[in-house]
Design a protein around this ligand. Sequence first.
Ligand SMILES: NC(=O)c1ccc[n+]([C@@H]2O[C@H](COP(=O)([O-])OP(=O)(O)OC[C@H]3O[C@@H](n4cnc5c(N)ncnc54)[C@H](OP(=O)(O)O)[C@@H]3O)[C@@H](O)[C@H]2O)c1
Length: 327
Amino acid sequence: MQKVLVTGASGFIGSTLVEKLIKEGYDVTAGIRKSSSKKYLQDTRIKFLDLPYNNPKELEKILKEENYNTIFHLAGLTKAKRKEDFYKINFGYVKSLVDALSGLETKLIFFSSFAAHGPGEEKTFCECRVEDLNEPNTEYGKAKLQAEEYIRENFKGKYIILRPTGVYGPRETDYFVYFQTINNHLEPYLGFTAQRLTFVYIDDLVDLSILAMNSDVSQKTYFVSDGKLYLDTEFAQITKKVLNTWTIKLKFPLFIVKWISSFMEFAGKIAGKSFTLNKDKFNILKARNWNCGIEDLRKDLYYDPKIDLEKGVEKTIAWYKQEKWLK
Ligand SMILES: NC(=O)c1ccc[n+]([C@@H]2O[C@H](COP(=O)([O-])OP(=O)(O)OC[C@H]3O[C@@H](n4cnc5c(N)ncnc54)[C@H](OP(=O)(O)O)[C@@H]3O)[C@@H](O)[C@H]2O)c1
């Protein structure tokens, strides 16, 4: 039985991945910290481990003893109070892991992000590709790129780097804010040019992660989406249809959103919190082209996403309603 470790196992993607791996019979350890929630990690077959990323000797010792076949590294910050935290966690922990795995046979599947590449150009709106020059426009993306580069330069074992675009589905809390807004009859648009968006439904991403683990393919980086491109208006249309509701359209000029984002970041610093809207998030929201290609994933890993946006939003909203997150 393959022995696997999932770091960031308490999170949205990590917990769903753990659930699927357990269901498929893998020997699964959930990498979480003492403060992490175990709400979605209730299966008694799950083992737990608090990885000492800041103690290289101890980390190396544990990873040597455990000798995992595969580590899925998902632990990371998607928002942070201070930009240094992105580099400390999203780059620093990857470096610790790579160094500690030196000489072992463990395969590493690293969850990077589309943000490591940065948005695409906004004239032809062509697809972003792995061969492009990476130009991340956020601290989050810069730290993810730094981590990718460290893996590419230093990891001698087998690895695959995944760059998911926006991931949504049950348990997710950021797109949830958007669904909630539409449910409250407001349909917000940021800026006046349509945004090209890509998405991947959680189950497709989890299935792909398992394909990546079991594949002989290695030393490769891939964007991950459902293979389709959507306009922001289509996303709203689908959400309204699924919620069976009406909305008032609100179009905000980008300079106002920028101002609000800066204010939220300032408020977050005072309150010691990281809010969903901040300066880094603004740079993601202002970009108009989040179009990426997945042909290489289809060819190399036989990835065949099953859930498009309409089906995925239906499943997600059904879950939010069942869990009483949405009325
Ligand atoms: N969701 C997306 O749309 C998306 C898109 C592209 C890439 N990704 C990447 O996929 C990964 C998982 O994302 P997600 O959406 O599942 O995020 P999430 O729900 O916020 O989960 C993040 C996980 O990382 C852990 N973590 C955060 N800081 C940590 C630290 N200092 N030490 C140890 N663990 C720490 C969290 O533990 P606690 O529960 O204890 O906080 C949690 O388990 C992230 O690396 C993210 O960058 C996500």
